[in-house]
Design a protein around this ligand. Sequence first.
Ligand code: C5P
Length: 397
Amino acid sequence: MSLQGRRILLIVGGGIAAYKCLELIRRLRDRGCAVRTVATKAATEFVTPLSLASLSEDKVYTELFSLTDESEMGHIRLSREADLIVVAPATADLMARMAAGMANDLASTVLLATDKPVLIAPSMNVQMWQHAATQANRATLAARGITIVGPAAGDLACGEVGSGRLVEVPELIQAIETALSPRPLAGRTALVTSGPTWEPIDPVRLIANRSSGKQGHAIAAALARAGAAVTLVSGPTAEPDPVGVTVQRIETAAEMLAACQQALPVDIAVFAAAVADWRADTVSTQKLKKGGEPPTLTFAPNPDILATIAQHPTSRPRLVIGFAAETEAVVEQATAKRLRKGCDWILANDVGLGTGTFGGDANTIHLIDADGAEAWPRLAKVEVATRLVDRIIAALA
Ligand code: C5P
């Protein structure tokens, strides 16, 4: 892909790997990119503003409160007049400030004010990278749609060995090219279901389940980031609405089915909701009273939303993806389920007691398609979403 004429705002963090930025600027300039740099105060301890300015052939911005900069180019303009913001090296401190939404220097303020895509290349000591705080920040930033490249493993400047090296310049350039590529699902439509359903018994009581909606919401967000127009039909969850997604909130399975049917036609449909299999046969209009014999509930089956849409006579989406939450013989059960429901792929996960999948942040998936089963490592739900969307992009290419 040509980078000719593209505008990169490079934010240099204060780490030993900052020296690699000089090479990065050179290579980007060779490719015809305009590079403007912001350096944190700590960055200027590692590379001089003069080097950055000479290579980028532009002024280097370091101060939030500089009268000349603010009159020539305020931090808002700085954050918007770029096609992509690249943070390299992204230090533990800068990542923490980004995750917390701080704006206490020019770099963090630009990152908070921008409406442009952001790519960060972390680099730090291995212990700092593996620290729970940094990993939580990494997950937060990834969930917000920030692209994270690296770190690579190897010898570190501090003398330790492990994950923490800034990725090499060619890899960074490749990631920049990908980030600037057209969004692969632009022009596609998608439907995602998420969360539990609530089936009323009477005006105050209901049947529910432990689904958090984390996986479905993450998939909706990842599809939207890839450019798809996404409708998310969600049962009651505490998850915030994903950015750029049309959200329809429903309670019962019947309402979920109706909302899904209304969203058709779509190219992609992902059914991540934990739909109640049964609802109370009759819903009492008055609160059931205590005293005497306890009431006996009788149930009626709920519609199978996935099977209904997968076998839709006129508007079957091109790619229909279901989930299978199992507690035993996960792959066998899910393989049979794929055929029974008529969907293209099933993402099977073990939700047995002690797996922590229901309501938790991580998931272990087996992807089952017509060719068989593929085991994925245990991943954060946001990473499951990204990986699934990469698969969807490949399947529709
Ligand atoms: O049959 P089972 O509930 O195990 O199937 C799980 C898959 O089917 C999930 O993708 C779930 O969202 C979907 N499903 C549905 N409607 C139902 C039951 C399950 O869409 N009534």
